[in-house]
Every structure is written in C-alpha cells, then in structure tokens.
Design a protein around this ligand. Structure first.
Ligand SMILES: Cc1cc2nc3c(=O)[nH]c(=O)nc-3n(C[C@H](O)[C@H](O)[C@H](O)COP(=O)(O)OP(=O)(O)OC[C@H]3O[C@@H](n4cnc5c(N)ncnc54)[C@H](O)[C@@H]3O)c2cc1C
Length: 432
C-alpha cells in the first residue's frame, strides 16, 4: 500500500506513488527518468511545514533529508555551500560553530533550507530581507534530468528567480549562502496596550533592527517584540523563567486552552485578559538564531499576506474590524511584521517596502469565513500571499501583483517545459 503524507498542520495530505529519499544527485536524475517514463510527476519536499497544498502530489514525493551537510566554506567571504535539505536548526548551529550566521530568520527553525527559500520564508525587519535574499548560488536537477549550477557569474537570471521558486524549477540539491559574522541579539518582549504598540510601531521599526507585534484578538492587549544587535554579553540568568514562558505557557498551557476553546471559544478573550500581564517586560541576550526562533508545538493553520509597508497598520486595523464581526472568537494572536524591499521576482517583498499580516486558527477550527474576509480585504491593498500559507489566488490574479511574473515563467519554461515538477497547486497559481 502507498504511504500517506501529511503536512505539519494536518490540513494537507496526499498518497504519492512513492516517497523516495535520494542520497545523491545521480539518484535524483534517475528518479526524474522514472517519473517521466511513468508519467508520475515529481515533488521535492522539505519538512512539510507549508499550510498550502504546495507539496501535495499523487506522483513521486522526494524529501532531501540526506542532503544535510555543509559542503564548502569560504571564511574570507563569509559564504557557505550546504545540502539543500539541511534543516535551519542544524544549519544555524553549524554556522555558529564557524563564527557565521544568517542575517535574518523567521519564527521557527524546523524547515529545511530549500523549503524555506522556495516559499520566501521571512522574519521581520524593515532594513532586512527574507532568507531567500541570502542565496547566491544553487544547483538544480531540472526537468530533462540535467544539472544546472547558477550563481551571479553563471546563468544569473536563473538564480534571480530560483531564490523563490515554489519548487517549480526542479530539485535543488545545494545552496550557497552569503552569511554574516555571528551576532548576538538583545530581545525585548513587552506585553502592553495595543494602542501603545500601534503608536510606537513605525518609530521602533525605523530605529530598531527586528520589530514585530502580536495582537490578542478581542482584547486591547498586544505583545511587542524588539530585537537589536548587541555586543553585550549573553544573559546567564532566567533559564527557568524562560522555560516556563516558552514551553509551559506558550506551548503546553496554550495547547490545553485551545483544546478547551475548541468547544467554548467565547472564553478565549477573557482568559487572555486574565493571564496576560500588561506591563511585563522580558529581556534576553543570546545568539541571534536563539532569539529569532522558538518552538511551536500547538498546531494551527495560517494565512499571511504582504501589503505595501505604508498601508500595514491601516490594513491591520481593518483586520481588527473583521474580527469584531465573527460569530466564533479567535483563539490565536495575529502577527504583524515588516521587511525591506527585494528583487526576487516571486518574492512577496518584490520591489516594495513590505508589511506582513498573519492570521491563524487552531488546527481543527473552521477558518473559511475569517480567512476569506481577510483575503478580500487584502485585494484592496494589492496583497501578495505567502506561498507556503493558505490562500485562494490563482494565475488569473497573481500576474498583476508581480511585475516580473513573466520573467519567472520564462525560466520555468526553460527548466521544466513539460511540468514534470508541477502539481494541482502550481497549475492553479502558475497556469500549468
Ligand atoms: C509553525 C510554523 C511557523 C512558521 N513560521 C514562519 C515564519 O516565521 N515566516 C515565514 O515566512 N514562514 C513561516 N512558516 C511557513 C514555512 O516557513 C514555509 O511554509 C516553508 O516553506 C516550510 O519549509 P519546509 O522545509 O517545511 O518546506 P515544505 O513545506 O516541505 O516545502 C515547501 C516548498 O519547497 C519546495 N522544496 C522543498 N525542498 C526542495 C528542494 N530540495 N528543491 C526544490 N524545491 C523544494 C517544495 O516543493 C515546496 O514547494 C511557518 C510554518 C509553520 C508550520
């Protein structure tokens, strides 16, 4: 019997013909041959942390867990080449051992590097970019089974698009990254009134390195997170408090509460009001990746849209208005982040300073009404969806949102003209 595949959240599943983990590029080339000969489409997969059906296939599912090593280090230029299937958690530690780091990261580190860049995974910081922007070279097994190496000196137009490729160009086997010297962050987490956060956000976002906030729906409370690079020493104390906060409050207790709120959601806002301590301030100094990333054990489903930065707070306030109309209160915070403009054709931050609004619901809760209202609102702002998160846009809507859409399609036509790496999701968003 064929093995079933399910994503992290449990909202996507598939029964591929085979799930095969190759251990060399030659094996991947053979797999492409097998796929083409049998008319089985091929889907590379990472840690299965995408909420969209981007990995779903009834053909061959190809995880690259064996491609997980550092392959080359250039200490002078601060560049590394790594296997595409390395997880961010492993990569972060190995980089730290070399005195290096990625310039910016998202909320978690469970994704593979290839999976993270393929969907434009990002953190926050108006002077910073997504993980994809650190990519300066790639090797890809393409639709005819050949291998392409791309860098700024070799087929640079492929590199441009391949940094956010949705897995549509082929199987990426290795990735070269421009790193920075390892650095520490001072992370400040402030639980405070939402109005105060909204008043401060733009100013903090301009003067600090990495700023974001979470709003607890149906309350007036938000959590502002400000992370700044620092040369101060790592905090030695506070390990137990941090464990209680991260593991017990944010994971174990939050998970129990969500199981209860599934049946009694009306109690969620009252609980937030009682347990969140307005005025509480936590400060911690640690290596960058430890401050950027935390564990998320409570399963949820997420939609995230990128809007022009100047409309971020306006759009957020309209999302707030939508929450007031819902019959069922939300039990997950809404996350607001920013990012600098980049030049990656299918990056949600392409060509514009960007703000992100992410909405979440508990894994089994019905998201349809809320998500479709948020999605309609995002159309007003030319919102671009996160490729790895739930959205309903198609090849009818998307080309208008991305000035270099055709450039991306031209590269895809070159690398996979017959759509061997396609699936239903890619057919919907890219047109074949
Ligand atoms: C708890 C949680 C927290 C998250 N936090 C953030 C966040 O802070 N910021 C953010 O932007 N996103 C976030 N995400 C979304 C997540 O980062 C993306 O969906 C990411 O793509 C998942 O990486 P993955 O390794 O699981 O890739 P998968 O979901 O397995 O795959 C994603 C895409 O990558 C392609 N792919 C994978 N490997 C290869 C390869 N070797 N070659 C070619 N293509 C490949 C797949 O075909 C697919 O198109 C979060 C998701 C979860 C579940």
């Amino acid at each position: 019997m064929n093995k079933k595949w399910v994503n992290w959240s449990g909202n996507q599943s598939a029964t591929p013909k085979r799930i095969i983990s190759p251990s060399s590029e030659d094996e991947i080339i053979s797999l492409v041959g097998i796929g083409v000969a049998n008319r089985w489409r091929i889907r590379p997969v990472g840690s299965s942390h995408s909420f969209s059906p981007i990995c779903v296939t009834d053909g061959l599912l190809v995880p690259l867990d064996s491609f997980n090593q550092i392959l080359h280090v250039d200490k002078e230029l601060l560049q590394v080449t790594v296997g595409a299937g390395i997880t961010l958690s492993k990569l972060n530690v190995e980089l730290a051992n070399l005195g290096l780091a990625l310039p910016n990261l998202g909320d978690i580190d469970s994704q593979t590097l290839a999976g993270a860049i393929s969907t434009g995974t990002h953190g926050t910081g108006s002077r910073y970019s997504s993980i994809s922007a650190a990519v300066i070279g790639l090797r890809i097994v393409t639709g005819d089974g050949s291998i392409i190496s791309t860098s700024k000196f070799q087929d640079p137009e492929i590199l441009e698009s391949a940094r956010v490729s949705l897995g549509a160009f082929g199987v990426v086997t290795s990735i070269t990254l421009q790193c920075v010297e390892a650095f520490f962050l001072e992370g400040v987490e402030l639980t405070t009134a939402l109005d105060a956060v909204l008043e401060r956000f733009d100013d903090e976002d301009t003067k600090s390195d990495f700023v974001e906030f979470y709003w607890y729906p149906h309350t007036e409370i938000a959590e502002l997170k400000i992370n700044n690079r620092t040369l101060n020493p790592v905090s030695k104390k506070g390990g137990i408090v941090r464990f209680l906060n991260d593991e017990i409050l944010r994971n174990t207790a939050f998970g129990c509460l969500n199981r209860y709120w599934k049946y009694f959601p009306k109690y969620a806002p009252g609980t937030f009001n009682r347990v969140l301590n307005v005025g509480e301030r936590n400060i911690r100094i640690a290596p960058s990746y430890e401050i950027f990333c935390s564990k998320r054990r409570v399963k949820f489903v997420e939609m995230e849209y990128a809007v022009p930065r100047e409309y971020l707070l306006e759009a957020f306030n309209k999302v707030r208005k939508i929450t007031e109309t819902l019959n069922r209160p939300l039990t997950f915070p809404i996350e607001v982040r920013s990012l600098g403009s980049d030049d990656i054709p299918l990056s949600p931050a392409f060509g514009r300073e960007t703000g992100f609004i992410a909405v979440h619901v508990y894994k089994d809760a019905d998201s349809s009404i809320f998500f479709s209202q948020v999605e309609n609102l995002m159309r007003e702002y030319n919102g671009r969806p996160h490729w790895g998160k739930v959205h309903n846009l198609s090849s009818e809507d998307l080309p208008n949102l991305y000035p270099e859409w055709d450039k991306f399609l031209r590269i895809r036509k070159r690398l996979d003209p017959d759509g061997h790496f396609s699936n239903n999701y890619l057919e919907k968003v890219l047109g074949y």
